[in-house]
Design a protein around this ligand. Structure first.
Ligand SMILES: *[C@@H]1O[C@H](CO)[C@@H](O)[C@H](O)[C@H]1NC(C)=O
Ligand SMILES: *[C@@H]1O[C@H](CO)[C@@H](O)[C@H](O)[C@H]1NC(C)=O
Ligand SMILES: *[C@@H]1O[C@H](CO)[C@@H](O)[C@H](O)[C@H]1NC(C)=O
Ligand SMILES: *[C@@H]1O[C@H](CO)[C@@H](O)[C@H](O)[C@H]1NC(C)=O
Ligand SMILES: *[C@@H]1O[C@H](CO)[C@@H](O)[C@H](O)[C@H]1NC(C)=O
Length: 435
């Protein structure tokens, strides 16, 4: 009798767990299917950058059609098309932790009325929240990536996976400065027409600055009143087509360097050859290569062919200081990040923000990066100059942003008030710094 009861009990259990397993299998197959549907044929970088900036794929009919087909298949996509699945979604067990991080609440922004103690309290509460959120995104990502095979740049990383938290901030900064990052020199190029268009003098040869500012294009710069503080720096670096006109109070007027991705150089809507944004400033443009590609291979197959416009620009302004980033170095910086992150990173290049920081470090006493580690003004708005909203602009969908930001905060010298209320981190430059 007892034996029978036990057998029945075991049988019921087997059936139950078997069903669970089967359901899980169905569920994961379903997501794999959805993902394949989401694959699109046009340039990966294009799609991804667009996605990164806007949170949805380019609005062309092919993609809308796919989204519609997907809608037919399921009731999951009740939201409008602009909020389709994140490309890397994989079956995930429901996240039981409540996401208690809110953007666009002014709850943690100190007001003039707040006493110093109140403001410190808000700052430290906000800090706990944002660090927790960045860690959550970071861990979620690596959980997803562990199962994923997505590797568009054919990254073959064989180095160690350390943890920056176990090193001193100084050690981490020294390693960052050691990661090579330079612009392409004439000597790097053989047998290519590009060679003679590269400026003879190296980027910032013999130039040194005291204070440098990097202005991220974050939506939270709106109403920040940071313009005067930004302009007080000796050098100001801005990204892509981020304007100053009309936003002077919040982002300042000075521009020394523009750091451009290859789409801005290439696509007609950015008017690279004619717009005043790109005149009389130092320009550094970059385009991702595959992980192990040589410069020669990259020149043959850049992701976005920025070379024709680059050469035309140089022809029109032979004295201009217009440089191309060495694409191999982009991966050296990625290696540095992965070497300092215990879990797997997104196998996509670091963000322009992080590359810009590494680029300036050797030339400045210190670099202030504005609204890169998000302040209490954090918002869903992607850019201060356009109204599009998506939280992934702040937390990262394409670049390994969460890892970059956690690491940058770790090596920061500014007070928590400056970081989370004023809105900048300060990183010591190599100029006055012994490694
Ligand atoms: C997408 O394109 C369609 C027509 O091509 C247009 O009606 C719609 O407003 C666009 N949506 C967005 C978000 O741009
Ligand atoms: C979807 O779009 C319709 C009209 O375009 C709008 O009224 C509605 O609020 C949108 N829904 C969501 C969830 O954004
Ligand atoms: C600041 O204090 C004044 C008077 O004490 C009050 O009227 C105002 O609402 C307060 N403002 C904020 C933002 O708390
Ligand atoms: C980069 O690597 C991917 C994946 O291995 C490959 O399909 C692609 O052809 C490579 N692209 C270049 C430009 O070498
Ligand atoms: C760039 O500098 C030249 C010479 O200093 C000046 O004539 C020109 O107006 C400047 N252009 C812009 C857009 O500032």
């Amino acid at each position: 009798m007892r034996a029978l009861a036990v057998s029945i009990w075991v049988f019921i259990n087997l059936v139950f767990f078997g069903m669970c397993g089967y359901m899980y299998l169905l569920w994961s197959q379903y997501w794999l299917y959805i993902e394949r549907q989401a694959e699109t044929s046009s340039s990966n970088y294009d799609q991804q950058i667009f996605y990164y900036n806007r949170g949805y794929y380019p609005n062309n009919s092919a993609i809308n059609l796919q989204a519609k087909q997907r809608q037919k298949h399921s009731t999951i996509f009740k939201e409008n098309l602009t909020v389709t699945v994140i490309k890397n979604s994989r079956p995930r067990f429901p996240n039981l932790q409540p996401k208690d991080f809110h953007t666009d609440s002014k709850k943690f922004v100190c007001s003039k009325n707040d006493s110093s103690i109140d403001c410190d309290k808000k700052t430290s509460e906000y800090k706990d929240n944002i660090i927790k959120e960045l860690r959550r995104v970071f861990t979620d990502e690596s959980n997803i990536l562990r199962m994923g095979k997505e590797n568009p740049y054919d990254v073959q990383y064989r180095g160690a996976r350390g943890n920056f938290m176990e090193k001193s901030p100084k050690r981490v900064l020294c390693e960052l400065i050691d990661a090579p990052l330079s612009t392409i020199k004439r000597a790097d190029i053989r047998n290519h027409v590009l060679k003679e268009f590269i400026p003879k003098r190296a980027f910032f040869e013999n130039k040194r600055y005291n204070s440098c500012a990097i202005v991220a294009s974050a939506g939270s710069l709106r109403d920040s009143n940071l313009g005067a503080l930004i302009d007080s720096h000796d050098l100001v670096l801005r990204f892509n087509n981020a304007p100053t006109k009309g936003f002077e109070r919040d982002v300042g007027t000075k521009t020394t360097i523009r750091f451009l991705n290859s789409q801005v150089v290439t696509k007609p809507q950015f008017n690279f050859l004619t717009s005043n944004l790109y005149k009389n400033v130092t320009i550094v443009a970059w385009d991702p290569s595959n992980y192990s590609s040589s410069i020669k291979e990259w020149l043959e197959r850049p992701e976005f062919n920025l070379l024709p416009n680059y050469m035309a620009f140089r022809r029109g302004a032979p004295k201009s200081r217009t440089f191309l980033l060495n694409p191999q170095n982009v991966w050296d910086v990625w290696d540095f990040l992965q070497n300092n992150s215990p879990s797997m990173l997104r196998r996509n290049p670091p963000s322009s923000g992080f590359l810009g920081l590494r680029l300036l470090l050797p030339y400045c006493s210190f670099v202030d990066v504005f609204e890169y580690v998000p302040s209490a003004r954090v918002t869903k708005r992607c850019h201060y100059y356009d109204p599009e909203e998506n939280p992934s602009c702040t937390f990262g969908v394409w670049h390994p942003l969460a890892a970059e930001k956690l690491l940058t905060y770790y090596i920061n010298l500014a007070s928590d008030r400056d970081v989370f209320q004023t809105g900048f981190v300060r990183i010591a430059g190599a100029k006055n710094f012994e490694c």
